[in-house]
Design a protein around this ligand. Structure first.
Ligand code: 5GP
Length: 301
């Protein structure tokens, strides 16, 4: 026989009722934030709020966007969590496994709205483009030195140049290998540039974003357009030279190119310059350090 409930004095009873109302209010705030994506499951796990910790796991899961009760229950079953378990009662392994399952299972529709979500956990996607010779790679390499950023490593059929390493500067592959990856739907975007194929690996980018890194893609124009189509949340940044004359000087000054090649490069650059208006931001590369800090600011704004 259970003990009878303790009889409480009216003051304590009133106080308890007030606390219960406040907790319910707090819980409903948490649920709305989860629903609209401004709060992530990981943040709830790490939160010290009593209301968050007392929430049932099933309530938390079904508050996530695009998570129905059936999927929530099947995830809990996979990890061995009972239906009545509260967040505070989860073990370390259960938390880790649940996070992995939920984050991996994010449907593609939701991944494309990541930009609108809190960047506390999901990194943003930046596409850096601009005419050849404008200094994009110097800029992206500088930004990638910051711990929160990851510079995507593209796949290409172009042979490595002196000093370039496979898996560091590019993944160098044959045309047949590249085509097999296209058929396998591995690319977020791909394009042909100066006779070679270049592509960005979707899975690789999303894995880094899910790990909280802002991912930089340094790619040419056709690729940038494709990314915006499949990931409208991507931030497109155009790096522009201070003037056309300055860019022309840089292209001519490269030395190793023939007149014919220089003419070709100038024509491509002119076409690329005309596309600046399609981008979300245009940054003029007068000084590398300044462009780098503006890019970093874009990620944290
Ligand atoms: P490069 O051969 O000089 O390394 O690169 C040639 C051009 O290809 C550059 O404009 C570079 O930004 C672009 N590029 C590099 N990787 C990719 C990629 O994955 N996709 C696309 N579309 N362009 C890329």
């Amino acid at each position: 026989m259970k003990n009878p409930p303790p009889s409480l004095d009216p003051q304590t009873r009133r106080r308890n009722a007030e606390l219960a109302i406040a907790a319910r209010r707090e819980r409903s705030k948490i649920k709305s934030a989860l629903k609209e994506g401004s709060l992530s499951m990981r943040e709830i796990f790490d939160s010290s709020s009593a209301a968050a910790q007392r929430m049932r796991v099933i309530e938390l899961l079904t508050s996530l966007p695009q998570m129905g009760p059936l999927r929530a229950e099947s995830l809990m079953e996979k990890v061995g969590i009972s239906r009545t378990r509260r967040i505070a009662g989860l073990g370390v392994r259960q938390r880790r496994e649940l996070l992995t399952l939920v984050e991996r299972n994010i449907p593609s529709k939701m991944l494309s709205t990541l930009g609108a979500m809190s960047s506390a956990f999901y990194g943003r996607l930046f596409v850096i483009s601009g005419p050849g010779g404008v200094g994009k790679s110097t800029i992206t390499q500088e930004v990638a030195r910051f711990e929160d950023f990851f510079l995507s490593i593209s796949v290409t059929t172009r042979p490595p140049r002196d000093g370039e390493q496979d898996g560091v500067h590019y993944h160098f592959v044959t045309r047949a290998e590249f085509e097999a990856r296209i058929a396998n739907n591995e690319f977020m975007e791909w394009a042909e540039f100066a006779g070679n194929l270049y592509g960005t690996l979707e899975e690789d980018v999303q894995r880094h974003r899910l790990a909280g890194k802002h991912v930089l893609l340094e790619i040419e124009l056709q690729g940038a357009r494709q990314v915006k189509e499949v990931h409208p949340e991507a931030v497109l940044v155009f790096i522009s030279p201070p003037s056309w004359e300055e860019l022309e000087g840089r292209i001519r000054g490269r030395g190793s190119d023939s007149d014919e090649r220089i003419r070709e490069r100038l024509a491509i650059a002119q076409e690329e310059m005309a596309a600046a208006k399609e981008f979300d931001h245009v940054l003029v590369n007068s000084e590398v350090a300044q462009v780098v800090s503006r890019l970093v600011a874009l990620a944290t704004s």
